[in-house]
Ligand binder design. Structure first.
Ligand SMILES: Cc1ncc(COP(=O)(O)O)c(C=O)c1O
Length: 370
């Protein structure tokens, strides 16, 4: 038998999230609610659907491997040179490309933990050490839910090629503030690249949470990751981008790009979405309003929810996490548990969130936990 690499054998098997249609059928209800993957509940905007339809008619051809139109649109949007931009098949692929581009075996990647679950996996595949710096309480007496930037800085050594700072953090929704992040960036050694993973940037409302693209300017060892999957409503099409102060960083990422992996349809949709930014912003504002309502409803129920700057909330229920998610699922609500830590719940429509809250009340009325 041909053996995969040891690092690959050690990877956990992929466990797909529960599909709402399957769950609804299994438990005999009309509809299940999926609040597990931080998508937005809105369908793509009409102009985006039109662009998708037009691109679909040309899919006998390969896409533009350089994504020139999309790259130009992003460069214009952010006031950078196209050479500073790299597009990818979702931000997750760009994370992987960064590790491929910067991590030889024996080097390390540092990040907070708990954070985006792909960071340790991509380090492992690259043969790099994953240096995980535990989150700390963001509020006195609160749960450990916030980046420890001093701890992260102390964890960086000569082997550290990459540092991911997920801001706002997935899954806790907490964010680091401008002064702390600036101090951190100024202290990180020049040979370590800091990647500000801003997959949820568009949902940030606290003016003290900095825009990574602004912080990046003048700092050649800083890059920013963003995605069309969340606020822009294109999770199913797979397109994300990196913006780097130093064009050599974007160039290194482009060199590890799997050819043609950002499809023609994805490129066209992303360009159309960018042209519809005002409507996207209005949708984000609706998500934020619902986030406020959901947070208040959870606090009224005595659950210690931090202020989220993303499109999800974090229930720090510790050992009850797996049981709570299973009990919610039995009531047709799919969430994302992190065993022993908490449950992440995507902000859905008001109707979906009411289904979630009613399920939660039902569980609390009848069961011992939460
Ligand atoms: C923090 C963070 N970064 C990156 C991604 C990847 O997004 P995508 O690959 O859909 O662009 C996600 C998706 O959940 C995320 O939560």
């Amino acid at each position: 038998m041909v053996e995969p690499r040891t690092a690959v054998q050690a990877l956990p098997a992929y466990r797909p999230g529960r599909n709402p249609a399957d769950l609804a059928r299994d438990i005999g209800v009309e509809r299940a609610v999926k609040l597990a993957s931080n998508e937005v509940a809105f369908p793509p905007l009409p102009a985006v659907v039109e662009a998708i339809a037009a691109a679909a008619a040309e899919t006998n051809r390969y896409p533009d491997n350089g994504a020139v139109v999309l790259t130009g649109a992003l460069a214009g949007r952010y006031g950078v040179d196209p050479g500073q931009v790299a597009t990818g098949c979702g931000a997750v692929t760009l994370c992987q490309q960064l590790a491929q581009a910067y991590n030889d075996p024996g080097t390390s990647i540092a990040f907070a933990w708990r954070s985006f679950e792909m960071y340790p996996l991509l380090a492992q595949v690259a043969g790099a050490r994953a240096v995980q710096v535990p989150l700390v309480p963001g509020r006195p007496g609160g749960p450990a839910d916030t980046h420890d930037l001093d701890g992260l800085l102390a964890a960086i050594d000569g082997s550290t090629r990459l540092v991911f700072v997920c801001n706002p953090n997935n899954p806790t929704g907490t964010a680091v503030r401008r002064a702390d992040l600036e101090r951190f960036l100024d202290a990180v050694p020049a040979q370590t690249l800091v990647v500000l993973d801003e997959a949820y940037r568009e949902f940030v409302t606290d003016p003290d949470v900095p825009d990574g693209v602004e912080l990046m300017r003048g700092r050649p060892n800083v890059a920013v990751l963003r995605t069309f999957s969340k606020a822009w409503g294109l999770a199913g099409l797979r397109v994300g981008y990196l913006i780097a102060e130093d064009p050599a960083v974007a160039e290194a990422v482009r060199k590890t790009h799997v050819p043609f992996s950002v499809s023609m349809v994805a490129q066209a949709a992303a360009v159309a979405a960018l042209a519809s930014e005002e409507e996207v912003r209005a949708r984000c504002a609706a998500v934020v309003a619902e986030r406020t309502r959901l947070t208040a409803a959870l606090r009224e129920r005595g659950i210690d929810v931090a202020d989220s700057q993303a499109n999800f909330v974090w229930l720090p229920v510790g050992e009850d996490a797996a049981n709570l998610a299973a009990a919610l699922e039995a009531r047709a609500v799919i969430t994302r548990p992190f065993a022993g830590e908490g449950v992440r719940v995507t902000v859905g429509t008001p109707e979906e969130d009411d289904v979630f809250l009613a399920a939660l009340d039902d569980i609390r009325a009848g069961e011992r936990f939460v």
